[in-house]
Design a protein around this ligand. Structure first.
Ligand code: BDR
Ligand code: CA
Length: 357
């Protein structure tokens, strides 16, 4: 707690994203959280190309009436793999059917890798890193500043899939699959720092894989609760609605989130998963602020780089057959209701306040 008042001390967070519908929800969650100070945003190509990710990040800041938080352009290509994007999942511009406001915000003159290093140097031992896209920028940052693992207070990664199927190949999750070499470099860097006793156990990355994040299934019913918490009238979404039906919410933040989520619901429905959407990245953002939201197990994680069928697969050596030190805390349990309660109690009033400001 801060001295002299009951407000929690805001935790400085640097978020590296490939925005993306659920990345957008994660950023809104951070902006809505009184215990978070979003000190910078890195963009990487992933769900959409990096320039569109930058546009989405800047537009979201405008939508949320945020201060001039630095947004940096990052890698437009993985370290060595060919670039892939996922407009089928997130919409042609990455935010489903949502439209963001016009603005005059600009990108930083330096790139995302440098932004990571600058933020870590400015807040040594305090900064919380969050990655909800491919880890290209972070891998480049560690090449530039090998002490990054010890400079960060905490690192939370949305990526991988542990003892669970993939969502990009049968065994690989999207963020890792786009740039497996980057992910491998990151796990290796933190592992080497742990071997050298340069970091404490709590500085090992907390990894939120699909085995965890697919428990966080947002439904129209939960989205209606969010609108209620924002004090806005809206029309509940239904699987029976015509595709692309636009939100009727009079609150501009809720309207954008509903329009974005509609596309994500439709994608999940087409995948046979029901009229719902998995909030992978918002869970990781919530864990960045409060790791107590999930249960984790320390283990050694590595990334398959060469398998013809398994490239991009994340492997956790639960039984320690590799004889290597732990390099990660893998998320293994979460209470979705606790997450949704927290998400709604933060984002709802935040959206309400913005509409009245
Ligand atoms: C991850 O892939 C992206 O499409 C999402 O934004 C999330 O970060 C889930 O596999
Ligand atoms: Ca993402």
């Amino acid at each position: 707690m801060s001295v002299g008042d009951d407000q929690p001390t805001a935790l400085p967070v640097f978020a590296d994203v490939d925005t993306g519908v659920d990345d957008a929800m994660a950023l809104v969650y951070l902006l809505a959280s009184a215990d978070a100070d979003l000190v910078g945003i890195g963009a990487t190509g992933g769900n959409v190309d990096v320039d569109q990710v930058c546009r989405n990040n800047l537009g979201l800041l405008e939508l949320c009436g945020a201060p001039e938080i630095p947004v940096s352009r990052g890698a437009d290509q993985p370290l060595s793999a060919a670039m892939r994007t996922a407009e089928d999942t997130h919409g042609p511009a990455g935010l489903g059917y949502a439209e963001l406001p016009l603005h005059h915000r600009e990108l930083t003159s330096y790139d995302s890798a440098e932004a990571w290093v600058r933020a870590a140097h400015a807040l040594p031992g305090e900064l919380i890193g969050l990655v909800t896209g491919p880890m290209t920028n972070l891998a480049l940052a560690v090449r530039d500043e090998p002490n990054l693992p010890s400079l960060l207070r905490r690192l939370v990664i949305m990526g991988g899939s542990f003892d669970y199927r993939g969502n990009t190949t049968p065994v690989a999750e999207w963020n890792i699959s786009v740039d497996p070499e980057a992910a491998a470099e990151v796990f290796d860097a933190w592992g080497r720092a742990a071997d050298a006793d340069a970091i404490a156990p709590h500085q090992l990355p907390i990894v939120c894989g699909l085995n965890l994040t697919e428990n966080i299934a947002l439904t129209p019913k939960v989205l209606s609760r969010l609108a209620t918490a924002a004090d806005t009238a809206t029309t509940a979404m239904s699987v029976l609605d015509a595709r692309g039906t636009r939100s009727t919410a009079d609150n501009h933040v809720i309207r954008a989130l509903e329009d974005a989520m509609r596309f994500y619901f439709e994608f999940h429905f087409d995948q046979g998963e029901g009229y719902l959407a998995h909030l992978h990245d918002p869970l990781a953002a919530a864990v960045a602020l409060d790791p107590g939201l999930i249960q984790t197990r320390a283990t050694t994680v590595d990334v398959e780089l060469t398998g013809t069928l398994t490239r991009g697969m994340t492997i956790a050596d639960w039984s320690r057959r590799w004889g290597r030190e732990s390099n990660a805390h893998v998320g293994v349990g979460v209470d979705p209701e606790a997450f949704f309660d927290r998400f709604i109690e933060r984002v709802g009033p935040f959206a309400r306040r913005l509409a009245h400001s």
